[in-house]
Design a protein. Structure first.
Length: 458
């Protein structure tokens, strides 16, 4: 099973994207939307920043091809679609995203306040790099013309100067979080990390039977090619020299392939290659990004897999964890002989429970099926579930100690520290929301999501 970095719930997605996106603030060239005044410190955030954030979210939704009611974010009817988010009241997607982004703006405003409160300042090198990045942006996107760049940025409610402020405030956010939580969450205690692990992840091993065929490399005759294993003659064809026939050239020499090996054929006609299907290995075909290519099974084949899965489940459900893993290794050996080289993880799989896998499209639907099942299981329990890709025989495990810090688990926890930091930071900022004043008249001037530009780059 190959897991990619995926989306979480809509609210958390926004939180993550906006935390990494461009932040804005008080500007002489932008009208103030919200203000926080407390203990002699006053910070503001402009309406332009709000529009910039809305445009970035719209761009993200369009890039992901997120749909609702059969419409995507680049269509007006998408924003009119009524939805109940997290079990709340029905509201249009326009209202939901505008409200959610506004809440996040409050968090960024508090961040500016805390930055001032702690007496922090940006290093000169950071400011210099920001200016260098902006100059690069000018050259690549606007041929060195600020006027041209401002025309581009106007679709997102900002100009060059406001964009510079945005970069500066992003840097302030990053510096503040390092001050609070350390580099890569180094100042957050293991007890807090363990609690976050327990609340947001499930741990399991699985025995998987696919309901599709892998596509294998074929020769000119349409026959599957068999190769030596990597430990022998990597990439060379494994001919059946015992039952095969050879073909000679005009000088009576045996024909050889590009590697200099004598070619063996199935019969005297010398039209089909004699592969060693007993000891050779086929090569499964993958796409450029490493995804195995597949072909559908017939109904008869599907019925056979179903029966096999049920029988396998019955034989595995009473095993110990050690014996269960041993059976998984046997299954992997079977796949390897077929040319499928999936990686087995020493500590099994970890999946987030707060991720909306369905938002990633049909190719990630099976992950939602697995997570939903695991959340109903007890540690040590074995369950079989059918997903869109096959039968998953799952054994749920308790979390390994400091699983998030194990090198072999890096694929599952690449965003662990960032997500935990994000959660703690947002919780901290919420305590200051009551001190924020919002100018409702200015807020009312912000265009609907239908009219906000689709921002992919800024």
């Amino acid at each position: 099973m190959k897991v990619k970095s995926l989306l979480r719930s809509a609210t958390l997605l926004l939180a993550l994207l906006l935390c990494l996106s461009l932040l804005g603030g008080c500007s002489s060239k932008g009208k103030t939307l919200m203000t926080l005044e407390k203990d002699g410190i006053s910070v503001s955030l402009s309406v332009n920043t709000y529009e910039l954030m809305l445009s970035r979210i719209k761009g993200t939704l369009c890039f992901l091809k997120t749909s609702a009611g059969g419409y995507t974010a680049d269509q007006d009817k998408f924003w009119d679609y009524l939805e109940s988010m997290d079990g709340g009241e029905m509201q249009t997607l326009d209202a939901f995203y505008r409200k959610t982004v506004l809440e996040n703006c409050k968090t960024y405003l508090v961040a500016l306040y805390l930055f001032e409160q702690k007496g922090l300042s940006l290093p000169a090198s950071t400011v210099e790099k920001i200016d260098d990045d902006l100059n690069e942006l000018l050259l690549t996107d606007a041929d060195g013309s600020k006027n041209k760049l401002n025309q581009i940025l106007s679709a997102y409610g900002v100009n060059y100067d406001l964009l510079r402020e945005a970069y500066l405030m992003t840097a302030k956010m990053e510096l503040l979080q390092k001050e609070l939580y350390g580099e890569n969450a180094s100042m957050i205690g293991d007890n807090v990390k363990t609690e976050y692990l327990n609340e947001n992840y499930v741990h399991f091993h699985q025995y998987f039977l696919e309901t599709y065929h892998y596509r294998f490399e074929l020769d000119a005759n349409g026959d599957t090619v068999y190769y030596y294993t990597e430990g022998e003659k990597k990439g060379d064809i494994y001919y059946d020299v015992h039952t095969g026939f050879t073909k000679t050239d005009s000088e009576g020499k045996d024909l050889t392939d590009k590697n200099g090996d004598v070619i063996y054929y199935t019969d005297a006609s010398c039209k089909k290659i004699a592969y060693n299907t007993t000891h050779g290995f086929p090569q499964a075909v993958t796409s450029k990004d490493g995804v195995y290519q597949t072909v559908p099974m017939t109904q008869t084949e599907l019925d056979f897999v179903k029966a096999t899965a049920q029988a396998t489940f019955e034989s595995l459900q009473s095993l110990s964890a050690e014996d269960f893993e041993a059976e998984i290794e046997k299954r992997q050996e079977e796949l390897t002989k077929k040319g499928i080289r999936n990686e087995l993880y020493a500590d099994g799989y970890y999946l987030r429970t707060d991720t909306d896998y369905l938002a990633g499209g049909e190719e990630y639907e099976y992950l939602q099926t697995i997570v939903d099942a695991l959340q109903t299981m007890e540690d040590g329990q074995v369950m079989m579930v059918k997903s869109s890709v096959g039968y998953h025989i799952l054994m749920k495990y308790p979390h390994s100690e400091k699983a998030y810090a194990k090198e072999e688990n890096e694929v599952w926890f690449s965003d662990f520290n960032a997500s935990l930091t994000e959660k703690l930071f947002f919780a901290l900022c919420e305590g200051y929301y009551a001190d924020i004043a919002i100018d409702d008249k200015i807020l009312a001037t912000v265009p609907s999501m239908k009219k906000i530009g689709i921002n992919y780059y800024y």
